[in-house]
Design a protein around this ligand. Structure first.
Ligand code: FES
Ligand code: FE2
Length: 344
């Protein structure tokens, strides 16, 4: 959840994560977004209790005034923290399966992007006036392209950039999925703008990641890592789209661009163009989707029906029910499990 107070520290062995909550009276240990800690010590800003990078309480000013204080019982509370490529995943569930097992169907396919050597290119966020699932669902299907993205990539017909009906989807265990969307015949995203709309994907001028295989080079490929991460991957870099609930009817989307290090102080022009073009498409979704939230709150909204092109949505919602536990969900709100035989 956004705002959950977590500290991640780098150690000789890797990383440790803790709640940013002092065991004395809940003071904050760290207030900066990032930085270095002299002597690898975390010092609470309130009364200066000191912890090491393993979370052990190692210093208490005026300790004699705490009768019977057992420092070994007053360490920081750990949070699960595992790395994948250069990313750190925090998990509030101490009993969750290891990350590497959880993403075992995605990991080999993402490995072609040379994850260990990518850099952060850009990051920004949007606050959205809709439930996070309304936003997430829109990034799990291409059926809306011909209407919501009509002004850019979705105009139907031979001059449209993409052929949404040609999409190939794979459903994976744990609610993950993959989407492979073909460009329309003759559309060369690196060079051309859509003839009808004049929209260009802005994909030229950035070197490809050499190890990327043929599928992301030839098709618009996207992966969803359940529950809240989707990434449309391009051969020269990609945005991670992260959907965070901030309330029942609001959410935040973080957009985190990854690519090969460009070695310049400023973002190169080609990257600016690519990100700008992508944001035009994002804006089309973000402008439209709050109206779905308003409509979903109306008494007329009873249920949804999804088609074959929207099966990644159904797949994710089946998994949401499994995670919550169907017995905790009112019967009329449950998603009937039907896709088990389709999991690859
Ligand atoms: S709350 Fe942290 S030292 Fe008192
Ligand atoms: Fe969209």
């Amino acid at each position: 959840m956004p705002g959950m107070p977590i500290i991640v520290v780098r150690t000789e062995q890797g990383f440790n994560a803790f709640y940013n909550t002092c065991s004395h009276r809940g003071g904050c240990l760290v207030t900066e977004k990032q930085g270095t800690c002299p002597g690898k010590r975390l010092v609470c800003g309130y009364h200066a209790w000191v912890y090491d990078f393993e979370g052990k309480l190692i210093g208490v000013p005026d300790q004699r005034d705490f009768a019977g204080l057992d420092k070994s019982q007053r360490g920081l509370q750990r949070v699960r923290c595992e790395a994948w490529g250069g990313w750190i995943f925090i998990n509030g569930d101490p009993d969750a399966e290891p990350l590497a097992d959880y993403v075992r169907r995605l990991q080999p396919q993402m490995a072609q992007f040379d994850l260990d050597n990518l850099s952060l290119i850009d990051r920004y966020s949007y606050d959205c006036a809709c439930n996070w699932k309304i936003l997430m669902d829109a990034f799990a299907e291409n059926y809306h392209f011909v209407s919501v993205h009509r002004g850019t990539v979705g105009l139907p017909g031979p001059k449209c950039a993409v052929e949404h009906r040609g999409t190939v989807m794979a459903l994976y265990e744990n609610g993950h999925s993959r989407n492979i969307l073909p460009w329309n015949d003759g559309f060369e995203p690196r060079e051309s703008a859509s003839e009808e709309t004049g929209f260009s994907m802005g994909m030229g001028g950035i070197a490809d990641i050499e190890s990327v295989g043929p599928i992301p080079r030839e098709f618009i490929t996207a992966f969803t890592c359940f529950p809240n991460l989707t990434t449309p991957v391009y051969a020269n870099g990609f945005p991670l789209l992260l959907f965070w609930p901030t309330g029942l009817n609001t959410c935040r989307m973080d957009v985190v661009w990854m690519g090969l290090p460009h070695g310049e102080a400023e973002l190169p022009e080609a990257w600016k163009e690519k990100i700008k073009a992508f944001n035009v498409i994002l804006d089309e979704d973000l402008t439209f989707l709050p109206s779905v939230q308003i409509s979903a709150e109306s008494p007329a909204f009873r249920s949804v029906v999804v088609n074959y092109q929207e099966r990644r949505i159904y797949h994710a919602h089946e998994q949401i029910d499994r995670v919550i536990g169907p017995e905790r969900i009112p019967e009329h709100l449950r998603v009937t499990p039907v896709l088990a035989g389709m999991i690859e």
